[in-house]
Design a protein around this ligand. Structure first.
Ligand SMILES: [Zn+2]
Length: 450
């Protein structure tokens, strides 16, 4: 043993990081026999690289370092791991021997296709708490440290693409969208888009603030309910930044990206939370894909009119409850008489709550983009509306999904939401009427399976 063994009892003032003998030492020699379970402030050699969230620029703020490799274990200034939920696949690749544990990426030519202008919010620790505002510009901002071998990774990337959506092709054919040659590039409905991918980087005091809890409660809850996976949430109160193992978001920008932050032109925005079954596979039990397609069409139209169109896609599958819970709820709905008056109760019975998306962190990306007002908000959700307005961005007009885009079987979902206070310019149903809004049963399916 190289390091002195120390008990994990918190009394670590002058000890080395908490280490135990590995119960199942890897057959390869890529790790030492000591496993460092956690660290403590004031321990020998613990010296986090300064990280001052909300500082005036990237240099003053400092790089986010989560790596535990070699000397960085004592110098890391953030908890968790890069890649969000994909951090586990990274570990698998190392376990399988496909990837060296100390691999350092070669970032040549990976820089953004568009340089987003610095915004005052990037230096405001209350406006951005759930992403690293310099996460796209690591190579540029921390070149010296990267050259010195520090493991610093981008948590954002900016690229461009052509996209093709069936509904956009139809809109072009039906004369509802023009071919302008730069945004909609041809009669097939090919669309040029700038994309920004963002992985979550949480500044814990700011996240706690948004949820109205104290930081200690947030840390303890995150620790307990990730199976104790991140002990430094408890032992390192000096570390304020956490990269959680969850999905991030993607921004789709139609038209010139510099227009997004231009107050003098109109902005159309859709905030869309993932629904794989509808978004990709077009299951008709909800309005997700139709609303997404409508949002994209309106965003393109705004850009064609000289404004800007933005669609932001959050990886929050099934109201952030996940697909397993979503399908359990579908079954409970279909077997229990699928009526709109019972829509939310069915979810609460199984998940305990009706929604875990918590829009409180969502507006961060809007502030990062420099959005100052939203002319057309392509959403009926009050949670999204209120979170954006409370964060200081006014919404001028709210645009519900057109009636003719709502699939028959999804009336249960949309009417229940409208009754619960979702914004609509159309009719709001009473509770009695909701009991009459009924989804399709499984009768035909039973015929097939019997
Ligand atoms: Zn859906």
């Amino acid at each position: 043993m190289v390091e002195k063994d120390t008990p994990a009892d918190g009394n670590m003032a002058d000890a080395t990081p908490t280490a135990v003998q590995s119960p199942a030492a890897p057959s390869s020699s890529q790790y030492s026999k000591h496993i460092v379970l956690t660290t403590y402030p004031g321990q020998s050699g613990i010296d986090p690289v300064p990280l001052s969230w909300g500082a005036k620029d990237a240099q003053a703020r400092g790089p986010v370092i989560v790596s535990r490799s070699n000397a960085l274990l004592k110098r890391r200034n953030a908890m968790g791991a890069h890649g969000g939920s994909y951090s586990i696949y990274n570990a698998l690749a190392i376990a399988a021997g496909d990837l060296e544990p100390d691999f350092r990426p070669d970032f040549r030519n990976s820089e953004p296709t568009f340089n987003f202008a610095w915004q005052a919010a990037w230096a405001d620790k209350t406006k951005i708490v759930s992403m690293d505002p310099y996460g796209h510009d690591i190579v540029n901002q921390f070149r010296e440290q990267l050259d010195a071998g520090w493991d610093i990774r981008p948590t954002m990337a900016v690229t461009r693409a052509n996209m093709k959506l069936a509904e956009i092709g139809e809109a072009v054919r039906d004369g509802k969208l023009d071919v302008d040659g730069t945004i909609v590039v041809n009669s097939g409905g090919d669309v040029r888009v700038t994309k920004v991918a963002v992985e979550p980087v949480w500044y814990l005091p700011g996240v706690a603030d948004r949820f109205g809890v104290d930081e200690g409660t947030l840390r303890r809850t995150l620790f307990e309910h990730t199976g104790g996976s991140y002990p430094e949430l408890i032992t390192r109160p000096d570390l304020k930044v956490f990269l959680p193992p969850i999905g991030g978001l993607t921004v789709y920008i139609f038209g010139p990206p510099e227009r997004v932050s231009d107050e003098n032109v109109k902005l159309a925005l859709r905030i869309h939370d993932e629904c794989n079954g509808s978004d990709v596979f077009q299951s008709d039990i909800c309005t997700c894909r139709p609303y997404l397609a409508f949002g994209i069409r309106e965003a393109i139209r705004e850009a064609q009119n000289g404004g800007s169109g933005v669609v932001i896609y959050f990886r929050k599958e099934g109201r952030a409850l996940g697909e397993v819970i979503k399908y359990l709820v579908y079954n409970a709905r279909k077997r229990g008489g699928d009526t709109a008056d019972k829509y939310f109760t069915r979810t609460e019975n199984i998940a305990g709550v009706r929604d875990m998306r918590f829009q409180a962190l969502m507006p961060d990306i809007l502030h990062w983009l420099g959005i100052k007002k939203i002319d057309r908000m392509l959403s009926m959700s009050n949670m999204k509306h209120d979170a954006i307005v409370q964060s200081g961005i006014p919404i001028i007009e709210r645009v519900p999904i057109p009636e003719d885009m709502i699939p028959d079987d999804s009336r249960v979902e949309i009417d229940a939401k409208i009754n619960a206070g979702y914004f609509t310019t159309g009719r709001q149903y009473t509770t009695e009427e909701l009991a009459e809004v009924r989804g399709r049963g499984w009768e035909k399916w039973e015929d097939i399976t019997h």
